[in-house]
Design a protein around this ligand. Sequence first.
Ligand code: OAD
Length: 234
Amino acid sequence: MKTIQNIVILTGAGVSAESGIDTFRDAGGLWEQHRVEDVATPEAFARDPDLVLRFYDERRAAIQTREPNAAHRALARLDAEWPGELLIVTQNVDDLHERAGAKRLIHMHGEHLNAWCTICDARMPWAGALLDRPACPACQAAGSLRPDIVWFGEMPYRMDEIYHALNRADLFVSIGTSGAVYPAAGFVREARASGARTLELNMEPSEGSHWFDEARQGPATVLVPAWVVAMLGG
Ligand code: OAD
C-alpha cells in the first residue's frame, strides 16, 4: 500500500455532537426545529433579519458554554504530531477544533464567532449579540453586521486551498457528516480520483458511504482517538 504522507480530514456536526451541540439532520436536529429557508439563506435574512439574527445569536451564545471533546482533542494531537501535510476542513461553525488546539484548519462554512460587515466587507471576531444592531467597529455603519456564516446559495470559503489539498492527499477521512451538502459531500470523490485512500468515521453510514474504501460506525469520541493512535503508531 502507498505510504501515507498527506492527509485531508473533513469534519461535520457529528464531531461536536458529544460536546452538546445539535446536529442538523439527526432526529431532533436543527433542521427539524427550523426550516433552512427561514434562517439559513440570504433571502431569509433580507425578509426577516430579526429571526435570522436571533437564531444565530442563540447558537453563538450556546457554543461558548460547550467544550471540545475527545475527538477534537485527538485531531488536534494528530495535527501537532503528523510530520506530513495535513488539513482539517470543517463544515462546523463552532470553534471547538481550535479550542482543542488544531492549527491546520479551514472553516469552509464560516464561523459563529465572527461578524461580517456588508458595507465595508470587514470580518471581525464577535462573541456577543447582533440582534441589537451594533455599529460596525471598522466603518461605524449601523445595522450592517451579519453572521459570518455561509448560507445556502453562497460560496463556501477557501475552496481553492481545499481542492489543492484534496488533489495531493494520500488519505481522506470524513468524520461526523451526513454527506448531504455539496460541495463537501463531493470531496471523497475528488480525493479518490487523485488516488487517495478514503475512510469514513460516522455514527451511521452516510449518504455517500459507498464511495469510501472503509467505513466505521460509532461515536466520534471513540472512533477518532482510536484512529489517531493507530496513525501515530501507538
Ligand atoms: P448533519 O446533521 O447533516 O450530519 C451529522 C452526521 O453526524 C450524521 O450522519 C450523524 O449520524 C452523525 N453523528 C451524530 N452524532 C455523532 C457522533 N456522536 N459521532 C459520530 N457521528 C455522529 O451535519 P453535517 O453533515 O455537518 O451547513 O451538515 C452539513 C452542513 O449542513 C452544515 O455545515 C450546515 C448544514 O446545513 C450550513 O449551515 C451552511
